[in-house]
Design a protein around this ligand. Structure first.
Ligand code: HEM
Length: 422
């Protein structure tokens, strides 16, 4: 193969990062999946895309997340980042998402009880209030951008309230979060652009300082919130360092809204497209239908498209031998349309038996899954119930540049009227 001809893996990866793919990356995922496991050129990077391979690695005891196991230098939340900020430069690496057992177990246990299905169910009245208030604001204006007016304000308000973060700080948090969410994106050997790594480091430091300050405030003036509970855990010698308190808050803040925004927007987009509008009509009269609509949306157009792992020891899979230190990219969005598991995978079908990987699997299975499901369910049922005769103002909508956390940047919707809550 000549120097100018990319190896199959490299070519696929370059395409994956191409902004032109953002609107509909699924035909590309299908081509990658048909190819089987691929390597990224000569690099110690494997790309897996079938349901079986992704599920195997997510559950594999030798597939880990701590970056010091990798044989190439990795950036903040790497897929392949030789040029970005180093792990040490981003303090978020102290969070559970980037830690293996036993640290992972200890950190996850401390916050898991705040996100159980039973606790989350208790939030439903408040989440409904927030969704209705968001729709009321749109009624006053007479037009709606589903991202800006509903999909974003709902989860950011909920997670700020849970953490005890003042909502008036949202504009600053939004900027930091946007930059740090892009740090999750792969940087390929072909050097596809993303924000300046220095800006990500600055955003990370500012977010860290912000939470440091908030910890000081909550220490003297505790609230009925998660941050205050974590401070108590730190003070009662529960083996939680200050850096871990801050990293946990930063992770929950970012994971708690950047993903759910996309779930709400992706689902609304699908339901408003020709061929699926009958599902929206069903939702209007049967809110319980939202559960299967949301599961299918998580499969069909997942908010988290890929996750990375590092092989701590050699791992053998059909078609590929993964060496110790290799980076393994799991294309969850490709696995979710694997025809070996999902019949007619490109069809949106809420009635199907759904074993999607949108929340991951195994030890790092999404801690916020019950909250994300509830927020999306409330947002979509309130939208279906209150917004009369909605139509997409443009299709496809513009997409965010993010590769890993993929979703529309805007979703303008025309409508006849918005009913008052009730
Ligand atoms: C639709 C919305 C969401 C999606 C698709 C999603 C997806 C994911 C995925 C795929 C992972 C696993 C990452 C990996 O294995 O490397 C994960 C982990 C995680 N998610 Fe979510 N997430 C969502 C919403 C939320 C919310 C609302 C919260 C918090 C309030 C949250 C908190 C977390 C945390 C803390 C982890 C790390 C768990 C661990 O490392 O043990 N997520 N999420």
């Amino acid at each position: 193969m000549s120097a100018t001809t990319p190896a199959p893996g490299t070519g696929f990866f370059a395409q994956l990062l191409d902004p032109a793919q953002r609107v509909d990356p699924y035909p590309l995922y299908a081509r990658i999946r048909e190819q089987g496991p691929v390597r990224l050129g000569d690099l110690p990077v494997a790309v897996l895309s079938t349901h079986r391979d992704c599920a195997t690695i997510l559950r594999h005891k030798s597939a880990v997340v701590e970056r010091h196991h990798a044989s190439i230098p990795l950036g903040p939340t790497p897929v392949h980042d030789l040029a970005g900020p180093s792990a040490d430069e981003l303090s978020g690496t102290a969070s559970m998402l980037f830690r293996d057992a036993p640290d992972h177990t200890r950190l996850r246990r401390l916050v898991a009880k705040a996100f159980t299905p039973a606790v989350v169910r208790g939030l439903e009245p408040r989440i409904t209030e927030i969704a209705d208030a968001a729709l009321d604001r749109a009624t006053e204006r007479g037009n709606i951008d589903l991202v800006e007016d509903l999909a974003y304000p709902l989860p950011i308000t909920v997670i700020c309230e849970l953490l005890g973060v003042p909502l008036e700080d949202e504009p600053r948090l939004r900027r930091w979060s946007m930059l740090l969410a892009r740090a999750l994106d792969p940087v390929s050997a072909t050097g596809t652009g993303r924000p300046d790594p220095a800006d990500m480091v600055t955003a990370n430091n500012e977010l860290h300082d912000y939470f440091e300050q908030l910890v000081r405030v909550r220490r003297t003036c505790p609230g009925d919130d998660l941050l205050s509970a974590l401070i108590v855990a730190e003070e009662s010698g529960d083996a939680l360092t200050r850096d871990e308190v801050i990293s946990t808050c930063a992770l929950l803040l970012i994971a708690g809204h950047e993903t759910t925004v996309n779930l709400i927007a992706n689902t609304a987009l699908t339901l408003l497209r020709p061929g699926h509008r009958h599902h929206l009509s069903i939702l209007r009269t049967a809110p319980a239908f939202s559960a299967s609509v949301i599961e299918e949306s998580l499969r069909y157009d997942p908010p988290v498209q890929l996750v990375p792992r590092i092989a701590r020891e050699p791992i053998e899979l059909p078609g590929i031998d993964i060496a110790a230190g290799d980076l393994v990219v799991l294309l969850l969005a490709a696995a979710n349309r694997d025809p070996a598991v999902f019949a007619d995978p490109d069809r949106f079908d809420p009635a199907r038996d759904n074993r999607h990987l949108a929340f991951g699997l195994g030890q790092h299975f999404c801690l916020g899954a019950p909250l994300a499901r509830l927020e999306a369910s409330v947002a979509l049922t309130r939208f279906a119930h209150r917004v009369h005769d909605p139509h997409l103002a443009c299709d496809p909508p513009p997409y965010r540049e993010h590769v890993t956390l993929r979703g529309p940047a805007k979703l303008p919707v025309n409508f006849a009227s918005i009913r008052t809550p009730g």
